[in-house]
Design a protein around this ligand. Structure first.
Ligand SMILES: *[C@@H]1O[C@H](CO)[C@@H](O)[C@H](O)[C@H]1NC(C)=O
Ligand SMILES: *[C@@H]1O[C@H](CO)[C@@H](O)[C@H](O)[C@H]1NC(C)=O
Ligand SMILES: *[C@@H]1O[C@H](CO)[C@@H](O)[C@H](O)[C@H]1NC(C)=O
Ligand SMILES: *[C@@H]1O[C@H](CO)[C@@H](O)[C@H](O)[C@H]1NC(C)=O
Ligand SMILES: *[C@@H]1O[C@H](CO)[C@@H](O)[C@H](O)[C@H]1NC(C)=O
Ligand SMILES: *[C@@H]1O[C@H](CO)[C@@H](O)[C@H](O)[C@H]1NC(C)=O
Ligand SMILES: *[C@@H]1O[C@H](CO)[C@@H](O)[C@H](O)[C@H]1NC(C)=O
Ligand SMILES: *[C@@H]1O[C@H](CO)[C@@H](O)[C@H](O)[C@H]1NC(C)=O
Ligand SMILES: *[C@@H]1O[C@H](CO)[C@@H](O)[C@H](O)[C@H]1NC(C)=O
Ligand SMILES: *[C@@H]1O[C@H](CO)[C@@H](O)[C@H](O)[C@H]1NC(C)=O
Ligand SMILES: *[C@@H]1O[C@H](CO)[C@@H](O)[C@H](O)[C@H]1NC(C)=O
Ligand SMILES: *[C@@H]1O[C@H](CO)[C@@H](O)[C@H](O)[C@H]1NC(C)=O
Length: 449
C-alpha cells in the first residue's frame, strides 16, 4: 500500500492530476483530527491534554495520541485511551483512511459509533471499551476486512450483532461483553471466522441457541457467554475445540445433558456451567480434563452419583457441585490424585452415606461444604489432618455420634486445624454428654468463654 500510494503521488505530480488526489493526504487527516477534537466537550483534563497539544502550529504527527507513517506522514494510529475525554466520536474519523489502530478505551464517549468507521479499510484494532456508547453496532463495520480486534465491551450498545461482523475472516478477538445487545447469534457464525481466539458476549441479553458451527472456529481459546438468555443444548461436539482454555456458560437457560465430548478438551482450565437447567449425570469423560483447575456445574439439575474419577484430576483446585440433585455416596478417594484440591462444595444435594475418611487425603483443602444433604454416621476424626481447613460446613445432615459414645471425637481432632474459622454443624442429631444437643452445648460453651 505504501508503495502504491507513493506511486500515486508520483503520478499526480508528473501528470498534474487534479489536486484532489494530493488533498486526500495529510490535510484531510488534519481536518479529520480537528473535527474529532471539536466533538470533544472537554473536561479539564482534555483541555490540558488536547487543547494545548493538538494545535496546528505543530505537525499533527506530534500531537499526543497520534502516530503517523514515517514516510508519508499519514495517521496510522489514534490512541487516546485513559484520557478522561467526554463527547461523541466525530464521523470525520472515517477520513483517516490509513488508520490501523483506534483506541479510545476508558473515556466517556457517548452517542453512536459513526458508521463512517466502515471506511477505515486498514483498521486492525478497534478498542472502545469502557465508554458510554449507545445505539447499534454499525453494519458498515463488516467492511473492515483487516480487523483483528473488536473490543467494544462495557458500553450501552443495543440491538443485535450485524451479521456482517461474522464475515471478517481476520478477526481474532470479539469482545462485546457488558452491553445491552440482544437477539440470537447466527447458527453459522463460525463459517468465516477461522482465526477467532477470544469470544466474549458476557452480560448482554442474547437469546436463542449457542451456534452449532462452533467447531469451525477452531482457534477458539476463550468462550464467555456468562449471564445471557441462551437456550437449548450445549453443542454436542464442543469437544472439537482443541485449543479451548476457558468456557463460561454461566447463568443462561441451557438445558439437556453435559456433552461427554468435553472430555476431549485437554487444555481446558476453567469449565463453568453454573446456573442453568442441565440434567442427567456428570459425564465420566470429564476426568480426562488434564489441565482443569476450576469445575463449576453448580445450581443445575444434575442427578446420579458423583463419579469417583472427578477426584482424579490432579490439576483441579476447586469443585462446585452444589444445588443439584446428586445422590449416592461421596466416592472413596483412596488412591486418587487430587493434590491441589482447595475447595469442595457439595452442599444442597441428596448425598447420603458416611463422609469418607479418605477425604482427609486432600491435604490442601481449605473449604469443605457438605451441608444440606443426608450424610449419616459419625464425622471422621481424620478431618483433623486437614491442617489448612478454614471452613467446614456439615449443617443439616443426619450425622451422629460414634456408636455408644457421647463424645464428639472429631471436635477434638479439629483442634489440629489451626486455620479453622468457620465450623457449622447445626441441625444434626449430634448429642454430647447427658444427651445435651450439641448446639445447646456450644451455646453454653460460648457464653461461659
Ligand atoms: C504533545 O504531547 C506529547 C506527549 O506529551 C509530546 O511528545 C509532544 O511533543 C506534544 N506536542 C505538541 C505539539 O506540543
Ligand atoms: C504533509 O505532507 C508533506 C509531504 O509528505 C509534509 O512535507 C508536510 O509536513 C505534511 N504536513 C503535515 C501537517 O504533517
Ligand atoms: C494505547 O496507549 C496506552 C497508554 O500508552 C497503552 O497502554 C495501550 O497499550 C495502547 N493501545 C494499544 C492498542 O496499543
Ligand atoms: C470527511 O468526512 C466528513 C464526514 O464523514 C465528510 O463530510 C467530508 O466530506 C470528508 N472529507 C474531507 C476531505 O474532509
Ligand atoms: C477502565 O475503566 C473502568 C471503569 O471506570 C475500570 O473499572 C477499569 O479498571 C479501567 N481499566 C483499566 C485497565 O484500568
Ligand atoms: C459474507 O461474504 C460473502 C462473500 O465474501 C458474501 O457473499 C456474503 O453476502 C457475506 N455475508 C454477510 C452477512 O455479509
Ligand atoms: C469477559 O468479559 C467480562 C466483562 O468484561 C470479564 O469479566 C471476563 O473476564 C471476560 N472473560 C474472559 C474469558 O476473559
Ligand atoms: C432473560 O429473560 C428473562 C425473561 O424474559 C428476563 O427477565 C431476564 O432479564 C433476561 N436476562 C438477561 C440476562 O437478559
Ligand atoms: C471426543 O469425544 C467423543 C466422546 O467422548 C469421542 O467420540 C470423539 O472421538 C472424541 N474426539 C474428537 C476429536 O471429538
Ligand atoms: C430435572 O431433571 C429431571 C430429569 O432428570 C426432570 O424430570 C425434571 O423436570 C427436571 N427439573 C427441572 C426443574 O428442570
Ligand atoms: C487416576 O489417575 C491416574 C493417573 O492419571 C491413573 O493412573 C489411575 O488409573 C486413575 N485412577 C482411577 C480410579 O481412575
Ligand atoms: C491416603 O492416600 C494414601 C495413598 O493413596 C492411602 O494409602 C491412604 O490410605 C489414604 N488415606 C486415607 C485416610 O484414605
Amino acid at each position: 500500500m505504501e508503495i502504491s500510494m507513493s506511486f500515486v503521488y508520483f503520478l499526480s505530480s508528473v501528470l498534474l492530476l487534479p489536486s484532489i488526489l494530493i488533498m486526500a493526504t495529510n490535510l484531510t487527516d488534519q481536518s479529520a483530527l480537528l473535527a474529532f477534537k471539536s466533538h470533544i466537550t472537554t473536561l479539564e483534563l482534555a483541555e490540558n491534554v488536547l487543547g494545548g497539544n493538538w494545535s496546528t502550529e505543530a505537525s499533527f504527527c506530534d500531537w499526543i495520541g497520534v502516530s503517523c507513517s514515517r514516510r508519508r506522514q499519514r495517521v496510522t494510529a489514534l490512541n487516546l485511551s485513559f484520557m478522561n475525554l467526554q463527547g461523541t466520536i466525530s464521523p470525520h474519523i472515517g477520513n483517516l483512511s490509513l488508520l490501523t489502530l483506534l483506541d479510545l478505551c476508558n473515556n466517556s464517549f457517548h452517542g453512536q459509533i459513526p458508521e463512517t468507521v466502515g471506511r477505515l479499510r486498514h483498521l486492525r484494532s478497534i478498542i472502545l471499551q469502557y465508554n458510554h456508547l449507545q445505539g447499534n453496532i454499525p453494519m458498515e463495520m463488516g467492511h473492515l476486512l483487516d480487523l483483528q480486534m473488536l473490543d467494544i465491551s462495557h458500553n450501552d450498545l443495543g440491538g443485535n450483532i450485524p451479521s456482517t461482523i461474522f464475515n471478517i475472516s481476520t478477526l481474532q478477538v470479539i469482545d462485546l461483553s457488558c452491553n445491552s445487545l440482544s437477539n440470537s447469534i447466527p447458527m453459522d457464525m463460525c463459517l468465516n471466522l477461522p482465526r477467532l481466539e477470544f469470544f466474549n458476549l458476557s452480560s448482554n441479553h442474547f437469546t436463542g441457541q449457542i451456534p452449532t458451527s462452533l467447531c469451525e472456529c477452531k482457534n477458539l481459546g476463550y468462550i464467555d457467554l456468562w449471564r445471557n438468555n441462551f437456550t437449548g443444548s450445549i453443542p454436542r461436539d464442543i469437544g472439537c475445540l482443541s485449543k479451548l482454555k476457558i468456557l463460561y456458560l454461566t447463568k443462561n437457560r441451557l438445558i439437556d445433558t453435559v456433552p461427554p465430548s468435553l472430555g476431549n478438551l485437554s487444555r481446558l482450565e476453567i469449565l463453568d456451567f453454573r446456573c442453568n437447567n442441565l440434567w442427567g449425570q456428570i459425564p465420566l469423560q470429564l476426568a480426562h480434563l488434564s489441565s482443569l483447575t476450576y469445575l463449576d456445574i453448580a445450581v443445575n439439575n444434575l442427578s446420579g452419583e458423583i463419579p469417583q474419577v472427578i477426584f482424579n484430576i490432579s490439576s483441579v483446585k476447586r469443585i462446585y457441585l452444589l444445588q443439584n440433585s446428586l445422590s449416592g455416596h461421596v466416592p472413596d478417594l483412596t488412591g486418587l490424585r487430587h493434590p491441589n484440591l482447595e475447595r469442595l462444595f457439595l452442599h444442597s444435594n441428596q448425598l447420603s452415606g458416611k463422609i469418607p475418611d479418605s477425604i482427609s487425603n486432600a491435604s490442601k483443602l481449605t473449604v469443605l461444604e457438605l451441608s444440606s444433604n443426608f450424610f449419616s454416621g459419625s464425622v471422621p476424626t481424620s478431618l483433623g489432618n486437614l491442617r489448612l481447613l478454614r471452613t467446614l460446613n456439615l449443617a443439616r445432615n443426619k450425622l451422629t455420634n460414634k456408636p455408644d459414645t457421647m463424645e464428639l471425637q472429631f471436635l477434638t481432632s479439629l483442634t489440629q486445624c489451626r486455620e479453622l474459622q468457620n465450623l457449622v454443624i447445626e441441625s444434626n442429631p449430634l448429642m454430647v454428654y447427658y444427651r445435651i444437643p450439641l448446639e445447646i452445648f456450644l451455646l453454653l460453651f460460648k457464653s461461659s468463654a
